[in-house]
Design a protein around this ligand. Structure first.
Ligand code: ADP
Ligand code: ASP
Ligand code: MG
Length: 457
């Protein structure tokens, strides 16, 4: 009996008619399935902006309730025809919405929106869609039940907003919980700390929930359904004639996600590597069964003719530049800086040095704080500290990048032809990645030029 974890994201829940395809897909898998589901398309963003309004003193608790109630009612009326089941679904959704609305009212009244409370509020998007999907599958006579991470013990490190799963703590209870031959529907995006507090797994985190569960239950496969034809040669929102990638190694996929390929959460591949669980990508508007995965991510690797398999981009990172004569060759500077940043919980994504400057790649939201910390460290050789946030990172990823000559030349010529200035570049940080920084205004043009040169000519 196959033991598969399947993930349906917000991109599969844009329209109530998408759910008809999900039903067919689940029917084709048969029983013995763990389904991880995200919030309906746009709901997490909506809840996030509702929290922002509450923080500004606007009581939107009732309007959130009404908006989500209408969204669910529409989908329930369309998919659940059995009257008793329909009224049971309404009542569970109502209970959930009331809890949410009370929480929002509480935030409004107390003007207290701790990270713990915000994580708790945002988890409701996924809870609502899991309740909905469980009842829809019941309508189709499937043997299904909902499984909440707080019940089966998906334990995290307790970091709010962006927690990591503690596999050691979670594995045993998951193996025990998911032992029946049936379908389980799990709300994605969150786990719980050891103290039982809800902690989100970062935006796009349902991919990571699904991978973590797959690891804990020793699944045969993690099947992720998307609104695109698998992993593509670049982001289809930037280039319209992308090509499908049939196979990616774990390392390639992990680097692509790390450097911003929004199709997968940055840490989704990590849990799959050691147990060697394949991640298979499918298209929700393609065939409704699992016979033809569009992309398989696994342990084998290959070098293709283009060497580069995919180009990815991110506007998330900015640069903290420490300038001064000889900073690149004076010992001790990086140690002071990295300690100060680490003590403040700031993650360093990369460091590129030269004789006269040290460039530290950080999330843009941390740039000002990092600058202050370096400033107060009073490093004698650092004459000037500059932050750059009008930049974008573009990465070319593929096995063999370091060992094949001519690829970098091709990339940089394509940019030069378009008169795009590369502000900084780095190769070989990993054997499969070459990345560089351009001005934000050049981001889309740079990706198009590279894509054309590598994949279209
Ligand atoms: P879900 O809601 O199902 O998790 P996402 O919206 O997070 O789906 O991810 C799918 C989206 O990722 C696609 O619609 C596409 O716009 C975007 N994307 C970015 N880079 C790529 C890529 N290289 N290949 C395919 N899709 C990509
Ligand atoms: N709903 C969450 C988000 O929008 C998690 C996810 O979609 O994976 O970030
Ligand atoms: Mg996603």
């Amino acid at each position: 009996m196959p033991n598969i974890v399947v993930k349906f994201g917000g991109s599969n829940l844009k329209d109530k008619k998408d759910v008809t395809r999900i039903i067919k897909i689940v029917e084709n898998y048969g029983e013995r399935l763990i389904i991880v589901v995200s919030a309906f398309y746009g709901v997490t963003n909506y809840l996030e902006s509702s929290l922002a309004s509450l923080k500004e003193g606007e009581d939107i608790s009732k309007s959130v309730y009404l908006y989500l109630q209408a969204l669910k009612k529409d989908a329930i009326d369309y998919h659940i025809t059995d009257e008793a089941l329909r009224s049971k679904t309404y009542s569970e959704i109502e209970n959930c919405l009331e809890e949410l609305s009370n929480l929002l009212k509480g935030i409004y009244l107390t003007a207290d929106a701790s990270s713990a409370l915000c994580d708790y509020v945002l988890s409701y998007g996924e809870k609502l869609s899991a309740i909905f999907l469980t009842h829809v599958l019941k309508q189709h006579q499937m043997n299904v039940s909902i499984a909440y991470p707080e019940k089966f013990g998906l334990i995290t490190d307790g970091v709010f907003t962006n927690a990591s799963v503690d596999f050691k703590q979670s594995k045993e209870s998951l193996l025990d919980y998911f032992s029946e031959n049936k379908i389980y529907v799990v709300p994605g995006f969150y786990g719980v700390s050891r103290e039982g507090k809800i902690t989100l797994l970062g935006r796009g985190g349902s991919d990571y929930s699904a991978a973590a569960i797959a690891k804990c239950v020793e699944a045969d496969s993690l099947d992720v359904w998307k609104d695109v034809e698998g992993f593509l040669t670049t982001d289809p929102r930037v280039v319209s004639h992308t090509k499908n990638i049939k196979y990616l190694s774990y390392v390639e996929a992990a680097e692509l996600a790390y450097f911003g390929a929004k199709i997968l959460h940055p840490r989704c591949v990590e849990p799959l590597i050691e147990p060697s669980i394949p991640l298979r990508l499918f298209h929700i508007y393609g065939a409704c069964d699992d016979s033809n995965p569009l992309t398989i991510i696994g342990e084998n690797f290959s070098v293709t003719d283009t060497v580069v398999k995919s180009i990815t981009h991110s506007s998330e990172f900015g640069i903290l530049k420490l300038k001064g004569p000889g900073v690149g060759s004076k010992p001790g500077i990086l140690s002071v800086v990295t300690t100060a940043l680490s003590n403040a919980g700031i993650n360093i994504n990369s460091v590129i040095t030269s004789q006269i400057s040290i460039n530290i790649l950080l999330n843009k939201r941390d740039l000002n704080k990092a600058r202050e910390l370096v400033d107060i460290s009073k490093l004698p050789s650092v004459m000037e500290i500059v932050t750059l946030d009008d930049v974008a990172t573009i990465a070319a990823i593929g096995e063999g990048l370091v060992d094949n000559y001519g690829v970098a030349a091709r990339i940089f010529s394509s940019l030069a032809d378009q008169k795009i200035n590369v502000r900084m570049s780095c190769s070989c940080a990993s054997p499969v990645v070459s990345y560089f920084i351009v001005s934000e205004k050049d981001r889309a043009a740079a990706i198009r030029a590279m894509h054309k040169s590598l994949f279209e000519e």
